[in-house]
Structures are given as C-alpha cells and as structure tokens.
Design a protein around this ligand. Sequence first.
Ligand code: ATP
Length: 236
Amino acid sequence: MLEAINLHKRYHQGEIDVVAVDHFSYRFPAGLTAIVGPSGSGKTTLLNLLAGFDVPSEGEVRLDTTPLSTLSEDGRSEVRLKHMGFVFQQWNLIPTLTALENVAFPMMLAGVGLKERTARAAHLLQAVGLGQRGKHLPSKLSGGEQQRVAIARALALNPPILFADEPTGNLDSVSGALVVDLLLQQAQEGRTVVLVTHDLELARKAERILHLKDGRLLRVEEMAREATPPTAREPV
Ligand SMILES: Nc1ncnc2c1ncn2[C@@H]1O[C@H](COP(=O)(O)OP(=O)(O)OP(=O)(O)O)[C@@H](O)[C@H]1O
C-alpha cells in the first residue's frame, strides 16, 4: 500500500522558492493510476518523492504504513530494490549485455543463482512478447522492443509497485500503446502501477487519472471500464 500524505516539495532557486508539489495526498490502490498535467506541474517530482529518490519538504510517503522518511538512504534503497520497479523514458539497457542478460541483471545483484535468474528472465521476456529475442543486444532491437525489455527487467524481482515515468516518450504511437497495455496487464495482476505521461489518450487506458496542476491534485478521474474476464495468462 502506497500512500502520500500532505506531500509538499519546495525548491530554492536563488531568491525564489518554487513549489513543485503542493500538499498532495492520495492513497494509491492496486491497479494502473496515470498522472497527467502540463509541463512543470510536478509529475516527475511527485514520482521521485513516492519512490524515495527525493525527500519532501513537508508531509510523508508511507509504504505499507512505514513512513519512508524514517528510513536511512540505504533503507530506502533496500525498499526500492524489494518493493519497486522502474521504467523510464530512456530505457537504459546495458548495451554490451543481451536482452536476457539485461533482464537477469537485477537478479544477479540480488544474489539469485545463474540457473534461476536465466529461467526467470526467459519467462519475463516471453511475457512481454520477446521470447525469441533473448540473445539479441539492445542495438538490434527497436525502441519499443527495448522498452519492453526494460519492463521485463523492472519486473525481475517481482515488485508489488511499478513506476513508469514517460515510458512512451520516445516511442511511436503503436509501440507506446503496447507498452501501456503491458503496464495495464501488470496492474491487472495486482500490482500498483503509477504511470506519468503527457499523453492523455494513453492515460485513458488507466483505471484512474490524477490531474496535476501547479503541483496540486486538481481531480481524480475514475475511468469507466467494462468487466474484464479473468486472465488465463500466468502471472509474471
Ligand atoms: N531540482 C530542482 N531544482 C529546482 N526546481 C526544480 C527542480 N526539479 C524540478 N523543479 C521545478 O519544479 C517544478 C515541477 O517540475 P517537474 O519536473 O516535477 O514537472 P513535470 O510535470 O514532471 O514536468 P515535465 O512534464 O516537463 O517533465 C518545475 O517548475 C521545475 O522547474
């Protein structure tokens, strides 16, 4: 359970204070929540606060009732490793590693043995539709495919929370829609997925949209959704 309570972030820029996030409160339910708003409305700052990359000026973020502010930097890193996956606009795959090795990489850091991490990485690549591309280097994959590898990598340690900051920013509309569908699939499997996007059309695929303006939560839009049949796919 991820919860922001009265979150406020001020930056000092010379003489002036910039309020990037203005007393934002929201309890993120499981499922896909999109955050939209004009440039400079505080979306990335909010995501950085939620993930504990940045500390708020006031208020707090709670993860399963534990305030992140009570943890040391190392403690927050550990929370991120165990509980959070990240997908960014730049997919940042390691260019010298194959797709499979890139997905296995976080598992190696977490001490998962070679056989187990290779099998899980193969399973995750399969789940994002790239089962046949495991041996390819990132340079041999399209942007959309690289982003799908990045999603598989973000899922490597099975985090309950997935943050995606403009994951479709560098993609054409078809690849972008595919990436958001994948995020939606993760949400339907019970994860809390938080998607920051400029693209209102893609945001409408989410279960709810948080509209930000000048750092404030203007409104929460719940999207009407037809009942989806239970998925026959294995959870990843
Ligand atoms: N490190 C910083 N120091 C000073 N001001 C900052 C810093 N980071 C962000 N800001 C300011 O905070 C406000 C919110 O920025 P933020 O990047 O969170 O917005 P955003 O909605 O993600 O924008 P975009 O859609 O353009 O990426 C902006 O006015 C920005 O200039």
